[in-house]
Design a protein. Sequence first.
Length: 502
Amino acid sequence: MKNRSAQSNGNNSIYYQAMLKDEEHHEHVSALPSIAKITQATPNLMAISPNMTHQLLDTIQKTPEISNNLRLISTPLETSTSAIQTFLEQQEKALKTISNLSSSTILSSIKPIQDSLRDALAKFDFAHYDGKYLNVYSGISQVLKQYEETQSNLQKYYRSITPSYFHSSNESPHYYSPEMTSPSDFFDSKSGRIESIEDLNNAILLLQKHVSNIPLYWRGQNNASWGLHSKLFRLLMTQNGVVSPQQKPKTKQPYPTEDQMIQAEKQILNLARQDWRYGNMSALEIFARIQHFGGPTRLLDASCNPYIAAWFAVYDPTHEHEDHDARLFALAGYASGNNEQPDYSEELLSRDPFWFNLHDYEQRAAANWGTGSRRIVWRPPEYESRIAAQNAVFILDGIPITNSRILQYFRKPTGKEYWKRPDILAASSIYAKPFSPNHNARPNQRNLAPTYSFVIAKKAKKEIRSYLEGAFGYRESFIYPDFAGLASKTNNIQFPNLGDLQ
């Protein structure tokens, strides 16, 4: 890659290049990341626009030259020395930020560099400029101009979906797509496959490597053809008369809406507080305790431990699903690069859930409720011993807000058409955009938090169960260490027959 800044300085380019090579006189040079390192750190940007990436790298390449020129200035004036030192410190900090660029952090990374360059220009004492000063001033100006151009380009390529996208939602009943015969049709084209304990270990390690900058929350399900649904959502599906896609209905499907979920939750809270007198508890604590004892809530159980989730995927005390493949989900907390997690601690501990106060689609979108860009992950206090044993978390989100502008991001495996609202809700009660676990996490224009999944072959269930029990001690008494777990186990014991006693 050619250094166009050096070319623009004409005869000075040879002088500057010689100074750059003479690193033994510049003690801070080694602190600056190399262009090669920065190039390796920008795969997400390269995926957005190769031309824009080269422009940004050109800009970065010029910056070490400018810093070296600044280090050559030996003016005794305290004001100029202070300005130079400030610039160098800000620049090195900015470069370290750039070396970790990813998706939506790109714009925020560039702004501090622009500000530091402007500050450096403003602090230079023009009265004491000589030839070197003028070259430095010119070089900084060029870098600043290039950063501003880069920022403009980034804003074109990286566009966030605003709440206005969600001013409406088509929640009326609709037909399934012909391709939707099971939630597996929605997930499988992007799913990994696990056929042994070795596959399980490799799948977990590889996915964590690919999404090392995003927290993952794991959930296991006995049957790969099941959707990712909360119990309250499933109950309302039954109440509304929703027919699963496996039965190939020819009628429109009335899936639950966010308003219906909220009304059901209000009814649950009124019952808990008036009849059971749990008026001193927050709404979420009431929901968590109801969830613990098998009642209907919108909470989705998950674990921070992938092997705990794998145990749930292969654990089947009734052997009802032993002849079916299982599924292991890994739900990202947020989209790649969207790593500023809001603090919901006060809202989650309030008497009523904050989503009760979101009265229309735009309010919900502004709070990232039902948009798929963030998932609220709540680590409950250890109300019961099984919460600690399972490393449990609860995942919350609103029912997906769907309209034609949003559904276009949910292409069918053929790539020619989009999934419909009932297809998406048959697969999950929250937005669950499938991403391949075999690739690095990348930003997406819709800013959707990734959902990864693995199909566990039915033939591997027994092997994985044995491994998890032998290696980690995972069995019913470990996962359910309370009396409720013991009581549940006794319901499935094979007691002796009368004939065995004679």
